[in-house]
Design a protein around this ligand. Structure first.
Ligand code: PMP
Length: 459
């Protein structure tokens, strides 16, 4: 490792996240990434990686897109006032206008924030203030962010545990289950039904066709707001500008749409919560309520400049259509290449949000293991091992954070045809070497043992 990289590792382990650094040493993930350009990332040793993770979909333009860079430099050159506390900000106004035009319909108010959890939190607060109802309904396996409000609408026990008790009145239903949704909503206890159009961190899980439209109709019937968390699916990721505008869901009319990640072009933190005006009026429409929601840096000039540039590049380069086309090529190519693989249950996805679900757990090799070990191997270890082998083969991809048995791909929307071929070839080769679960287990155990002797050092 270079001396600079060693210094980074030591300081990070001392001052930022010691446990993360130890964890990276367990299997041998440890790398210091020093540069990123287009669809590739480079480490301190000069190795190049195709980025199929892209910060969980936060890099729609790839890394350091020249138009984004130019827009940020131009923003500084104009010496703007970065904030909007004493008057309206031109860049926030422009950014809100661009978002509202793309969302269509009645989503005409934009609340700015600094990221995904804040954008969802804004939706939850607005729904309570507008309806006067206390409860929230959300889905099993959802991911909405790590704030106390957003954790309250997630059912992950590991993430929630240390922070209980969270908000009261939160309930969950099965994702995609219209009957369960109807039964829960008819109690009229819920201010909002918060849902991702596709479960992202839950493992790229698609709902049945028309689910969002039916959810919208039920929410309207029972006076609950439909809050769509498009933090991961928004801005072209699924082959539509917003996932709710995709085929089959055209009739869906959400009350609130939450955006973040891609909006900052992979460079700046920004969240936006688009709201129908009648709900905004009810929640914050009077002069004694105008400041009930906000944050110091919300809608700052630099983040808004990044968002405007990102939306412009998405249009100018046709990235929504590109995501649809290349997403289909990647998904279908992977499905073909991995067909019949004993440890691949399904390849699925929409646009450039693709999941490779691992399993089945009763594959010949796994069936010989005791049940608890089988669960650990199939639900935890396999995905991490494959991600490690991909990294060592020059591809960055990770299991979904709520479903480690699903390898999730959220590459930049700028993915090229050559990148698609590289991705299919590399995944194919790594999976070829992982057909037999006993040899995967033996290799992983040997690796962990070797790294343990080195105190799980990085690297
Ligand atoms: N909602 C969804 C659907 C997400 O995928 C995420 C992040 N993975 C969030 C909210 C939270 O976003 P952030 O990490 O920016 O707070």
């Amino acid at each position: 490792m270079t001396p600079d990289a060693r210094e980074t590792v030591d300081a990070y382990a001392r001052h930022v996240n010691p446990a993360f650094m130890r964890l990276l040493g367990v299997l041998g993930y440890g790398r210091v990434f020093t540069r990123a350009e287009g669809n590739h990332v480079f480490d301190a040793e000069g190795r190049r990686y195709l980025d199929l993770l892209a910060a969980f979909g936060a890099c729609p333009l790839g890394h350091n897109h020249p138009a984004l860079r130019a827009a940020l430099l131009a923003c500084f050159d104009a010496s703007p006032l970065f904030f909007s506390h004493v008057g309206p900000s031109p860049s926030a106004a422009r950014c809100a206008q661009m978002l509202v035009e793309r969302a269509g319909g009645d989503l005409s108010i934009c609340l700015f924030s600094n990221g995904g959890a804040e954008a969802v939190e804004a939706g939850l607060k607005l729904a309570r203030a507008a309806t006067g109802r206390p409860g929230f309904l959300s889905c099993h396996g959802a991911y909405h962010g790590l704030g106390l409000g957003t954790l309250s609408v997630m059912d992950d026990t590991r993430l929630r545990g240390p922070f209980e008790p969270l908000l009261p009145g939160c309930e969950t239903v099965r994702f995609g289950d219209v009957a369960a949704l109807d039964a829960a909503l008819r109690t009229k206890r819920h201010a909002a039904f918060v849902v991702e159009p596709i479960l992202g961190e839950g493992g790229a899980v698609l709902p049945p066709p028309g689910y969002l439209a039916e959810a919208g109709a039920l929410c309207r019937k029972y006076g609950t707001l439909l809050v769509l968390d498009e933090v991961q699916t928004g801005l072209g990721r699924t082959g539509a500008m917003f996932a709710f505008q995709g085929a089959g869901d055209e009739r869906c009319t959400p009350d609130v749409v939450c955006l973040a990640k891609a909006l900052g072009g992979g460079a700046l933190p920004i969240g936006a919560t688009l709201v129908r005006p009648e709900w905004h009026r009810k929640a914050y429409g009077t002069m004694d309520r105008f400041d009930l929601h906000g944050a110091t840096f919300a809608g700052n000039a630099l983040s808004c400049a990044a968002a405007c540039a990102t939306l412009s590049v998405i249009d100018a380069e046709g990235l929504v259509a590109a995501a649809a086309r290349r997403g289909e090529a990647l998904r279908d190519g992977l499905a073909q290449r991995l067909a019949g693989h004993p440890l691949v249950r399904e390849v699925r996805g929409r646009g450039l949000m693709i999941g490779v679900e691992l399993g089945p757990v009763d594959a010949a090799g796994l069936a010989r293991l005791a049940a608890p070990l089988r669960a650990v191997v199939s639900e935890k270890l396999l995905g991490q091992w494959i991600a490690l082998r991909l990294l060592e083969s020059g591809v960055i991809a990770q299991p979904a954070s709520q479903a480690w048995d699903v390898l999730k791909l959220t590459p930049p929307l700028t993915l090229t045809d050559t990148d698609v071929v590289t991705a299919i070839d590399t995944l194919g080769q790594v999976f070829d070497a992982c057909r037999d679960v006993s040899s995967v287990l033996a290799a992983a155990a040997a690796r962990i043992g070797r790294n343990a002797l080195r105190g799980f050092a990085f690297p």
